[in-house]
Write a protein that binds this ligand. Structure first.
Ligand code: ADP
Length: 886
């Protein structure tokens, strides 16, 4: 049961996710369409393309139906808003929805396939690949689907395909590039890297995008205002021009009326003269004709018909039948007959026409007659040219008429202008450079009957780009409606603002990519540091040796648990304390020196750690320097030697006990062998004598070894003290030379003592120091070539100390052996032993003796060229000035 209810709830939450996604997709898509340039669906940025991918990446492919639904909803919504038929819009919506879903699925596949961690985007290549694959590459899909469905549904013509495709593709790509990082920040805050990117990536992206939108909206509303201003300006000018054209015609007609009023009889020629003058004085051809229409009573008809016959060959007054055929007018009380008309060409057919036969003309004529004013007819269709036009009538009276009765009494005729709309309005609109305006003229006085229109009024125009103005002419009110031409609109869309927005968004997405790379790297380095720190901590925590670091002033900066254990101080009591608190013998001068000269430091020596309980622990010290941020740090590794020392002591004790036990029997063996070889026990056969001599040599070697071992162990006992007495250096060295002269002559080696300052006095135990000199000299002699020279000289290179050097011309000490020279039982080549003799203990003993004098022993050697051993000993005055050793 619980399982199935969990399944239901997970199904329910999935459905909820899908619906939520669909809603967000549609709403954000609708908002982004505000950034589109009309006409069209494509916008500068379409964030839902990014939403679709990121949501699927984070929550799974099951969200795909949400994308389909969202896109479907959005496209229907846009169609509905633009007033088009929902059912007709369905194929477009389906096409775009399919494209959007497939695009998101392709993007998902590509990033999962080629990007290592697509939901984290840490590595540079991951970021670049993600943006390229999910952006420009995958977005090809919906641009193609969307544009194809628009095309096949007839909402797009083939000329517009390329442009629509590119804008769609750019909008979707920018949608992914800009919104994907923001969505990760919004939807995956649990993942460390995105939380860090909130400020570093999210904030700049949001700020830039908002800034760009604001710029776009401001810019395009400025463009709209600008256009509106231009539109109003144009409309006003055009309308004024319409007024002045009508005015001009009215004036011309007024002048003609005056002409007829004041002349008793205007001849056809005179009329022609006036009309030609007027018609040719303007380049406009909106006035298709001027005419004189004589008023006739029935009594005047036959006389008039005769004149007409004479003048133009028209024998009678006529009306037009419905088939536009002339038909002699029926007898009537009054007639108004076209007598003169100019231009004559093309208008000949109407001479003799009784215009009272037409009700539209009749109405206008009566209005003119009774008012004594200009009267304009309703729209008529010109018999001659089938054009839409109006007639302007001005009454002419034979005497000035004051009231209606007088007017009817004295009416002589009407001067008339034929005004065709097409030339009037087309000329008006093309006069300015504007294909910008469309116009529709209606007759308000005649139920808004359409007089003329340049194009059908569009179903919806932005209100501010449409204007209606009235104009009154001849007692008739017309309304002129102006609006922006569609052609002009598509040519002058908000391209500038749109391009600024697109380029700005492109820049934003590049910046976004850059910020992702930078933060990705920082995150990667952070992770690496954490990992390495953990590793290092593991090493330090588990090290058996104590490890401390300190700065060049000797202040401890860190200590590991083994360090705490060794010193018995908790770390808190060690940090920032001087390292000399636990390593009192450590000299800081060489450290400062090494930092000053930036020289490397790598030293290994034995020392003592002072524990918290004041116990002195013997340690081996490994000291090294590291450079960090231009400052020196020192690391010291301390190895507790207590156990090793104890083991060595046990070993040394055994050796010295054994040596002790060997010395007495060895002495007696040597004595006995001496007696035997000296012949006290009788002469020895040759063979036996040789064997005895060999036994004696080996016994001597053994004795030497036993003596050296005992000497060494003597020095290791703590209470063994050396004498401290003044020793005249020159005498001392001369004696040393003399004592070893015999040995030197055995090897054919010359001993030379260079000049020694006579007043120099050193301090020490003369016997032990002589032993050191003997060891150095005998080594130098032993390892010298035949006829070589061993030189002894002195130098002062440290205050209050003198250096004694023993220099030979032997083979020197091989590099591999140099480290072990002062260790016990160490010889460079044990095969040499037999030739040169020796135990390998001499230098170890010399080192102990010299160091007990607070001196120092070292050597310099060049392989194959000889070796110089130095000992540094204190001058007597210096020792006298030193505090007594406690
Ligand atoms: P040994 O008793 O064997 O001389 P030492 O302790 O005096 O022992 O010397 C140790 C080793 O140092 C020697 O065996 C030799 O290999 C090397 N050595 C000492 N002095 C010299 C020297 N002057 N020239 C070359 N090698 C030397």
């Amino acid at each position: 049961m619980p399982q199935s209810s969990a399944a239901v709830s997970s199904f329910g939450s999935k459905v909820f996710h899908i619906l939520l996604l669909a809603l967000c997709y549609a709403c954000i898509g609708r908002l982004s369409v505000l950034l589109a340039i009309p006409p069209g669906y494509a916008t500068a940025i379409f964030p839902p393309a990014g939403i679709a991918l990121v949501v699927m990446l984070l929550f799974g492919r099951y969200c795909a139906p949400g994308i389909f639904l969202g896109s479907l909803l959005l496209n229907l919504w846009i169609g509905f808003d633009s007033g088009s038929d929902i059912v007709a819009g369905l194929p477009i919506a389906f096409g775009a929805a399919t494209g959007a879903t497939l695009q998101a699925l392709l993007a998902l596949y590509l990033v999962r396939r080629y990007v290592t961690a697509p939901d984290e985007l840490i590595r540079d290549t991951d970021i670049i690949l993600f943006l390229l694959l999910a952006g420009p590459l995958a977005c090809v899909v919906n641009a193609s689907f969307g544009v194809s469905s628009l095309y096949y549904a007839g909402a797009l013509n083939s000329a517009g395909i390329a442009y629509a495709w590119v804008t769609w593709w750019v909008g979707d790509s920018l949608g992914v590039l800009v919104s994907a990082p923001l969505l990760f920040i919004l939807l995956a805050p649990g993942r460390g890297v995105w939380r860090q990117r909130r400020w570093a990536v999210g904030l700049p992206l949001v700020m830039l995008s908002v800034g760009l939108m604001w710029m776009f909206i401001t810019f395009s509303s400025w463009e709209v205002r600008q256009r509106q201003f231009e539109f109003n300006e144009d409309v006003n000018i055009t309308h004024e021009q319409l007024g002045s054209r009508l005015e001009r015609t009215v004036l011309a007609l007024g002048a003609l009326e005056r002409f007829f009023s004041y002349s008793a009889n205007v001849s056809r020629g005179e009329f022609k003269g006036y009309a030609d003058f007027f018609l040719s004085s303007s380049s406009d051809d909106d006035v298709r004709g001027l005419s004189w229409n004589r008023y006739l009573r029935q009594s005047q008809r036959s006389e008039f018909e005769q004149t007409l016959q004479q003048d133009v060959g028209q024998p009678f007054i006529f009306d037009f039948t419905a088939q536009r055929e002339k038909q002699r007018s029926a007898e009537a009380e009054h007639y108004v007959v076209v007598e003169y008309i100019e231009p004559l060409a093309g208008n000949e057919a109407v001479i003799g026409l009784n215009i009272l036969s037409n009700p539209v003309r009749l109405a206008a004529i009566f209005s003119a007659l009774d008012s004594g004013q200009l009267s304009v007819s309703e729209k008529i269709n010109l018999l001659q040219s089938n054009e839409d036009a109006v007639l302007l009538f001005f009454p002419v009276y034979s005497v000035p008429a004051l009231d209606e009765a007088q007017r009817r009494e004295h009416i002589a005729g009407f001067v008339t202008a034929v005004l065709a709309f097409k030339p009037l309005i087309e000329n008006l609109l093309t006069e300015k450079d504007s294909s910008m305006l469309e116009m529709r003229l209606t007759d308000v006085s005649n139920n808004n009957a359409l007089l003329y229109q340049t194009a059908a009024l569009p179903q919806s125009t932005p209100l501010q780009l449409e204007q209606s103005l009235n104009i009154t002419v001849g007692g008739r009110q017309w309304q002129a409606q102006y609006w922006l031409s569609a052609e002009y609109k598509s040519l002058n869309s908000d391209f500038l603002a749109f391009y600024v927005l697109t380029i700005g968004l492109l820049f934003t997405s590049i910046l976004g990519a850059f910020l992702l790379v930078v933060t990705g790297r920082a995150h990667y380095i952070g992770q690496l540091v954490t990992k390495r720190s953990a590793e290092l901590k593991g090493v330090l925590d588990n090290a058996i040796d104590a490890i401390l670091t300190f700065d060049s002033k000797g202040n401890i900066e860190s200590v590991n648990p083994a360090g705490e254990k060794l010193t018995q101080y908790p770390a808190t009591q060690l940090i920032n304390k001087s390292v000399q608190m636990i390593l009192p013998k450590l000299e800081l001068d060489p450290l400062v020196e090494s930092e000053l000269h930036n020289s490397p430091l790598n030293a290994r020596f034995d020392s003592t750690v002072m524990r918290q309980d004041t116990a002195a622990i013997p340690v081996e010290v490994a000291l090294s320097k590291m450079e960090f941020n231009g400052e020196s740090r020192f690391t010291v590794i301390l190895r507790d030697l207590t156990e090793r020392h104890e083991a060595e002591k046990i070993k040394d004790d055994i050796i010295s006990t054994v040596s002790h036990e060997l010395r007495t029997p060895l002495t007696s063996i040597m004595g006995s062998l001496g007696l035997v070889s000296s012949g006290v026990t009788g002469p020895l056969p040759q063979k036996a004598a040789e064997l005895v001599s060999l036994a004696m040599q080996n016994s001597q070697r053994l004795t030497m070894l036993v003596n050296d071992i005992l000497e060494l162990s003597k020095h290791q006992t703590e209470n063994y003290q050396l004498a401290q007495e003044p020793i005249a250096l020159e005498t001392f060295l001369t004696k040393a030379i003399n004592l070893n002269a015999g040995y030197a002559s055995q090897y054919d080696v010359k001993l030379v003592l260079q000049q020694v300052p006579t007043d120099m006095v050193i301090s020490g135990d003369e016997v032990k120091l002589m032993q050191v000199m003997a060891n150095l000299l005998s080594n130098a002699i032993k390892y010298s070539p035949r006829h070589g020279c061993v030189t002894v000289f002195t130098a002062i290179s440290a205050p209050q100390f003198v250096d004694i050097a023993v220099q030979d011309q032997g083979n020197g000490i091989p590099l591999a052996f140099q480290q072990q020279v002062f260790q016990r039982f160490s010889q460079a080549d044990s095969t040499d032993t037999r030739r040169v003799g020796g135990t390998g203990l001499g230098l170890a003993i010399a080192k102990i003796i010299v160091e007990k004098h607070q001196g120092k022993i070292w050597f310099e050697t060049v392989e194959g060229k000889g070796c110089t051993f130095f000992i540094r000993l204190p001058l007597y005055q210096h020792v006298a000035a030193m505090p007594l050793p406690g």
